[in-house]
Write a protein that binds this ligand. Structure first.
Ligand SMILES: [Fe+2]
Length: 276
C-alpha cells in the first residue's frame, strides 16, 4: 500500500492517504503512522468506510479502548462507541441545549484518574456547512511562555469534576465524579515534552485556590497562548477518522451549524496513563 502523509498545518495535524483501515495494516506502514502521530499529535485518515466492528479493530491498532461516561450516547451493540448526534441532545437543568463537544477549548475526560491518551472521532454525517473542530498544540503553547512562568505553572494542580449534563446518568456520576487531581503541566510519556493540560469546564479549582481565581488564571493563560500559529481548524469530510493526542492537544468544537440538520460522529477513547 502506498501511504502518503501530508501535514495539515505548520503546528499540528497530518492527513494519511492510501490506508484502508478496514483491512490489515502493514507493520511498516503502522510504524510510520505512529511516528507521524508522535510528531503531528492529530492524524486524519481520509475516505474510511468502517462498520462498528471494523472501526473498533482499527482503533485498537493504537491501544485499548476505555469506558466513556456519556452513558446515554453509547451504542447498544458496541458500548465502546459513543454516538454523538447533534439531534439527540437533551437540555441541561436550565433547559438549554448544550451541543456535544464541550463549549470551549478542552482536553477530554480529565475527571478520570487515568484519562484517555487519544480521542478518536469518525465522521458519519456532516452538516452542509460548519461543524469544524479546532486543535491546538499545547507543547508549543507551553514553549511560548517565559521561563519564570513555566516554573510557576509547573507547581499548579487541577481538581477535576464531572459536568452537569443530562446525558450522564447517576451511576456514571458516582463512578467518574471523584475529583482526581492532575498536574496543570504534564510531561508526554513518549517524547518527554511538556504541555499545558486542562479542561476548564471540568475544573473544580486549582489546588489551594478558590474556584473563581482558578478559572481566572486558566482563562488568562489560555487567552494568551492559544494563538493562530499553534492551531489547526479541521474541516471534516465524511469518512474522516481522526486521532487526537489528548496529552498535548486542546480541541474546540465549532457550533456554527443547525443542530437539527444532524451532525453524527462516532467517538472512541483509547486508554492512557496517569498524567505526570
Ligand atoms: Fe472533547
Amino acid at each position: 500500500m502506498d501511504v502518503t502523509i501530508n501535514p495539515l498545518s505548520k503546528a499540528i495535524g497530518a492527513e494519511i492517504l492510501g490506508v484502508d483501515l478496514s483491512e490489515k495494516v502493514d507493520s511498516k506502514d503502522l510504524f510510520h503512522i505512529n511516528l507521524a502521530m508522535q510528531k503531528s499529535l492529530v492524524l486524519v485518515f481520509r475516505n474510511q468506510k468502517l462498520e462498528p466492528n471494523n472501526l473498533l479493530s482499527a482503533v485498537r491498532l493504537f491501544g485499548d479502548t476505555m469506558e466513556q461516561h456519556l452513558t446515554d450516547t453509547l451504542m447498544e451493540s458496541h458500548p465502546e462507541i459513543a454516538v454523538l448526534d447533534s439531534r439527540e441532545m437533551p437540555p441541561d437543568k436550565e433547559g438549554k441545549i448544550i451541543p456535544f463537544g464541550g463549549r470551549d477549548w478542552h482536553t477530554d475526560h480529565t475527571n478520570h484518574e487515568v484519562p484517555p491518551k487519544f480521542t478518536v472521532l469518525y465522521a458519519i454525517k456532516l452538516p452542509n456547512s460548519g461543524g469544524d473542530t479546532s486543535f491546538a498544540n499545547m507543547h508549543l503553547a507551553f514553549d511560548s511562555l517565559p521561563q519564570s512562568e513555566k516554573i510557576k505553572l509547573s507547581r499548579l494542580e487541577t481538581i477535576n469534576k464531572i459536568e452537569d449534563f443530562a446525558y450522564i446518568d447517576e451511576s456514571a456520576r458516582e463512578k467518574f465524579g471523584k475529583l482526581p487531581i492532575h498536574p496543570l503541566i504534564r510531561t508526554h510519556p513518549d517524547t518527554g515534552r511538556k504541555a499545558i493540560y486542562v479542561h476548564p469546564g471540568k475544573l473544580e479549582k486549582l489546588v489551594g485556590m478558590e474556584p473563581a481565581e482558578s478559572q481566572y488564571i486558566i482563562q488568562t493563560l489560555l487567552d494568551k497562548v492559544l494563538t493562530p500559529d499553534i492551531c489547526y481548524r479541521h474541516k471534516w469530510r465524511e469518512g474522516d477518522l481522526l486521532l487526537c493526542d489528548n496529552r498535548a492537544v486542546l480541541h474546540l468544537a465549532h457550533h456554527d451549524y443547525d443542530l437539527n440538520e444532524g451532525r453524527i460522529m462516532h467517538r472512541i477513547l483509547i486508554k492512557g496513563e496517569r498524567p505526570v
